[in-house]
Design a protein around this ligand. Structure first.
Ligand code: FAD
Length: 416
């Protein structure tokens, strides 16, 4: 099926764009990319008094960070039993703690800086698409209970009570500490904050090449200008993998495209029957939420050949995915049967072989760092990871116990 042109996300249409500055001829730290990863890194470096410049090819939050579903999730998309199986009983809790601390730190900053981004802290609902998924949610709940983590296991009747419009879910799990935001407003608000603390953010500045070495990098921009920097940080997701001269990012990071559809404002009475929380089913492959009176739904990339892996064009969408998303909405929410979904957009995510991000020094290249490949969960990681990375750049180390799981070095010698 042909890919059709699409528009910006509803978030980017609504969010004000902070002013851009021209790139300086030299800076201490150059960050490539102004998504949530680059903005967070710059915010924390600037807060510590470091001279930092973000070089962004397009607009702040113009790519995945302004095109996602705005869900601040705990435990990645996976149910916790699967996180335990994949990472083991020692590392799974470290991962969860990292995500929880990311939320706490990010929400504290949003509140103290008064960033208006439609933050709703009504928790999250993982819904079971099948009886098998409900069985796994029970296993996840048992592990969460054993680790004394806030959760509530829901049977089908409980879901019917909490989500009266829903049909066909076999149960669910409520996580009280999940939240939703308007993601473009959030990242642009954090960018404004970074600027107010001294960071320079230069948009429409595509980086073509990084040359030189630690202490004397020379960054070539597409328009012929150059920026000299002592340190370079790659926050360009899967879109700038070739800029890393070690080749590690090119070998390990891959792109895949997600797609979202949205309604216009629903009638007030209908809208009020949906909770204001993060929701998902089918192991988080489908995810949905309200934004004010709009129903916003993403996922279904598994339903088309190739699953949109290696697709990097976020100016088009896959019509079959939209059809499948709308069929999902109408199957689970018959009250939406006659509601049109006039908005559709896509965004490009970055993945890694083990499903965890890369945060730290690039091996074999002193002075070059990376923060990227959040595997579809950047809002859950990137704020705290940006803080940790800024500590690594300034102090040579950062303390969180989960950080060894994110070191780029783990992929050295691996063929992918
Ligand atoms: C449809 C969809 C739904 C999602 N839902 C959620 C969700 O609900 N919750 C969640 O936590 N995550 C979600 N995600 C994932 C989340 O959006 C990403 O993990 C996160 O935004 C990644 O941030 P980033 O800064 O790494 O990348 P990006 O936001 O993509 O930023 C990278 C930036 O680098 C710039 N760049 C690239 N190359 C260059 C270059 N050569 N020179 C200069 N700049 C360059 C790009 O222009 C871009 O602005 C979703 C993603 C999609 C697409």
């Amino acid at each position: 099926m042909a890919h059709e042109r699409t528009s910006d996300s509803i978030w980017l249409e609504q969010a004000d764009t902070p002013d851009s500055s021209p790139p300086p001829s030299s800076t201490t730290v150059a960050v490539i990319g102004a998504g949530i990863a680059g903005v967070s890194t710059a915010l924390h470096l600037a807060s510590a008094g470091v001279d930092v410049t973000v070089l962004e090819a397009g607009d702040i939050a113009g790519r995945a960070s302004g095109r996602n579903d705005g869900q601040l999730l705990l435990g990645l998309g996976e149910h916790y039993n699967r996180i335990h199986s994949q990472f083991g009983a020692e590392r799974a809790p470290l991962l969860w703690d990292f995500l929880q601390r990311n939320h706490d730190a990010m929400l504290a900053e949003l509140r103290s800086a008064n960033i208006d981004c439609d933050l709703r802290q009504a928790g999250g609902l993982r819904l079971a698409e099948t009886e098998h998924e409900q069985h796994e949610l029970r296993q996840a709940a048992a592990l969460l209970r054993a680790e004394d983590r806030d959760h509530e296991l829901l049977e089908a009747d409980d879901v019917a009570a909490q989500l009266p419009l829903a049909r066909g879910f076999h149960g669910g799990l409520r996580l009280a500490d999940e939240a939703i935001v308007q993601p473009a407003s959030m990242v642009r608000g954090l960018a404004l904050l970074a600027q107010s603390r001294g960071a320079t953010i230069a948009t429409s500045c595509e980086v073509r090449a990084v040359q030189g070495e630690a202490g004397a990098f020379s960054i070539a921009l597409a328009d012929g200008r150059r920026v000299e920097a002592q340190v370079v940080v790659h926050c360009s997701a899967a879109l700038g993998r070739d800029l890393d001269r070690t080749g590690l990012l090119g070998r390990t990071v891959f792109a895949y495209r997600g797609q979202i559809v949205a309604t216009d404002d629903l009638p007030a009475e209908l809208a009020s029957q949906f909770p204001d929380c993060a929701m998902s089913s089918n192991f988080c492959y489908e995810y949905f939420r309200m934004h004010r009176r709009r129903f916003v739904l993403g996922g279904m990339r598994w339903s088309v050949p190739g699953e949109e892996v290696h697709v990097v064009d976020d100016g088009s969408h896959h019509p079959q995915i939209s059809e499948n998303l709308i069929a999902y909405a109408r199957r689970h929410f018959p009250a939406l049967a006659d509601v049109p979904f006039p908005h559709v957009w896509t965004g490009v995510m970055a993945g890694s072989p083990d499903g965890l991000p890369l945060c730290g020094a690039l091996p074999g290249q002193t002075g070059e760092f990376a923060l990227l490949a959040f595997n579809g969960y950047g809002l859950s990681f990137a704020f705290l990871a940006g803080k940790c990375l800024s500590e690594m750049i300034i102090d040579g180390e950062s303390a969180h116990e989960a950080l060894p799981m994110f070191t780029p070095r783990r992929f050295v010698g691996q063929r992918t």
